[in-house]
Design a protein around this ligand. Structure first.
Ligand SMILES: [Zn+2]
Ligand SMILES: [Zn+2]
Length: 283
């Protein structure tokens, strides 16, 4: 009697074993067994992701340099720059710089005249330095082979080995004064010196103009397409990232330039305002 009713009981649903991930004991894992061998790709990737964002304490505004003759008849170099520390600006007029193989610091130029000024920690400030009593005459008699019209140094009062504390700009002047061309720039970070010339993608070189200002504004970060480009990638020198995107170290551009896919050895913040905290609307 009882047996008949038991046949009507619903059957238990068949047990299905839950999917289990394949398990490889660590001592049999072929990858860990190879750990003593060379793993170049993994090692390289790890090292490149730590490419540092180098703070720049001083920065010349390349498009603001000009040479003016004042009422006294004397010639002066005028320029704008930013600095996050107090420091000294020095203009060496008609200068030669000794080339060292691996200099630990930028060598002092020898020049026909040298002028200096002290500056404050200000993001936007202007400088004025004496060059010559008779600029056209001085330029005529100067052989630019192996020499430079002006070597402009911005030196921050800082020993910070992880920041750019000194920026050296080599300037070429037009014969009648006025125009200034930034031929090349060097930056010193600790005892490392790197060129900062021929940056691609931003920073107008000719004297300021509406077009230059526009180009400056239009250069947006290639990742977020909204913030200005303000970080240079070394060694390809592409300026294509904003500071926030450059700080995202888990992304591909922390080891590969988004423009040329070149290896990223380091990133350098270029503008004096590149290290400011983000404005509130970006939070
Ligand atoms: Zn960005
Ligand atoms: Zn690049």
């Amino acid at each position: 009697m009882g047996c008949a009713s038991s046949a009507a009981l619903p059957r238990e649903p068949p047990q299905v074993a839950p999917p289990s991930p394949p398990y490889i004991p660590t001592d049999q894992n072929p990858q860990s067994a190879q750990s003593a061998g060379p793993q170049p790709s993994a090692r390289e990737g790890g090292a490149l992701k730590t490419a540092p964002l180098v703070r720049s304490l001083v920065s010349l505004r390349r498009d603001t340099c000009s040479v003016v003759q004042e009422d006294s008849g004397q010639w002066f170099l005028k320029f704008e720059f930013g600095s996050l520390a107090t420091g000294t600006a020095t203009a060496s007029f008609l200068a030669t710089v000794e080339e060292a193989e691996h200099p630990a610091s930028l060598p002092t130029p020898s020049a026909s005249s040298t002028a200096s000024l002290r500056f404050a920690a200000e993001r936007r400030q202007s400088g004025r330095l004496f060059l010559s009593a008779d600029l056209p005459e001085s330029l005529r008699s100067f052989d630019t082979q192996g020499g430079h019209h002006v070597v402009l140094d911005l030196q921050a009062d800082s020993e910070d080995p992880s920041a750019v504390t000194r920026q050296r700009s080599f300037l070429r002047l037009s014969p009648e004064g006025g125009e200034v061309h930034v031929e090349k720039q060097l930056v010193q970070c600790g005892n490392i010196i790197r060129p900062l010339d021929a940056l691609y993608g931003t920073l107008p070189n000719p004297r300021s103009s509406k077009a230059a200002e526009k180009a400056d504004e239009g250069g947006d970060c290639v990742i977020c397409l909204s913030n200005p480009r303000e970080v240079a990638i070394l060694h390809c020198r592409h300026v294509c990232l904003c500071t926030s995107c450059a700080k995202v170290t888990s992304s591909t551009w922390s080891f590969q330039c988004p423009v040329c896919r070149g290896r990223v050895a380091a990133m350098v913040g270029l503008r004096d305002d590149s290290i400011q905290p983000q404005p509130p609307h970006a939070l």
